[in-house]
Write a protein that binds this ligand. Structure first.
Ligand code: PAF
Length: 292
């Protein structure tokens, strides 16, 4: 089941779905894999911790990993081919070519993590070119990443459908991320971010549309020294919005000790009505914490 990109491409058949990951899988990843397995003839998942998207070497060094567990979980979710490319296969020498999405990739995460979005866009481009999937599945937790990848595919003409899938939350609301295991005793403080976003979504449901008020709902929940940004954006361009009208996303990032987390709620208001997409919640503790 474990293969290189070249071998995986050789085994492609029918409609191919791709789920790119950096491993240490959680229920968010598994939902992408299950969806791909249900919709495609063959599902490939990649497990590659992409150094290009880490602006901080310490963050890369502590990124959690458990390959054996990942392989077993992926197989149980219907993944046919687990692609685990080595560094020499992905980037035999440091790439001189980078994929930068002007504007969309430069704001927010692009500002706070210089080079991050270019690193993501470059590796996703590399994977799409090597594996040539028909569909590629990404979680909405990384709303800006989804906007960037969608734009790369459009601008470079990859014949692939980018499928955005629901954000998955832990029982208490924390958006699932492999990094959550690193929060330790700071986990309860980190809950402030999702609490703030849920408060903003409630205000949106009550009719509030002003960006200032929605962003303030997040700011009031998260200590100033932790919050990096809370911003209402137009969903496809990630440009700042003054009102939650059309398709917007309220994105936020915060740092708790060495661990940085991001989260969002999608707010849609148009002629058909208004809805706040808070993602889906697990009914049990996430598997990232093990069985204890
Ligand atoms: O979302 C992630 O895990 C990563 O950014 C991705 C898309 C696998 C690229 O390395």
């Amino acid at each position: 089941m474990v293969t290189t990109t070249a071998e995986a491409r050789g085994q492609a058949r029918g409609v191919v779905g791709l789920v790119p990951t950096m491993g240490f899988l959680h229920e968010g990843h598994l939902s992408l894999m299950e969806r791909s397995a249900a919709e495609c003839d063959l599902t490939m998942a990649t497990l590659y911790v992409n150094p290009l998207q880490f602006d901080d070497p310490a963050d890369l060094a502590r990124y959690p990993a458990d390959h054996d567990r990942d392989l077993a979980l992926a197989e149980a979710c219907g993944v046919d081919l687990m692609v685990v490319p080595g560094p020499e296969e992905m980037f035999p020498s440091p790439p001189l070519t980078g994929v930068t999405v002007a504007g969309i990739g430069e704001r927010l995460e692009g500002e706070f993590r210089p080079g991050h979005m270019t690193g993501v866009a470059t590796v996703v481009t590399r994977l799409l070119a090597a594996l040539q999937p028909d569909r590629a599945y990404f979680g909405r937790k990384d709303a800006q990443q989804l906007a960037v990848v969608t734009r790369v595919v459009r601008d470079l003409g990859f014949p692939v459908e980018v499928v955005g899938c629901p954000l998955v939350r832990e029982v208490d609301g924390l958006a699932l991320s492999s990094r959550n295991v690193l929060l330790g005793r700071r986990r309860s403080k980190a809950l402030a971010l999702s609490r703030g976003l849920m408060g903003a979504a409630d205000r949106f449901d009550q009719g509030e549309r002003r960006a200032t008020a929605l962003e303030a709902a997040v700011r009031s929940a998260v200590p100033d020294d932790a919050l990096e940004y809370a911003r209402l954006c137009e969903a496809s361009t990630m440009t700042g919005a003054t009102m939650a009208e059309g398709e917007t996303v309220l994105v936020a990032a915060a740092r708790f000790g060495p661990v940085r987390i991001i989260d969002n709620v999608c707010l849609v208001a148009d002629r058909r009505g208004a809805s706040a997409d808070r993602g889906v919640r697990l009914g049990h503790p996430s598997l990232i914490y093990g069985s204890e």
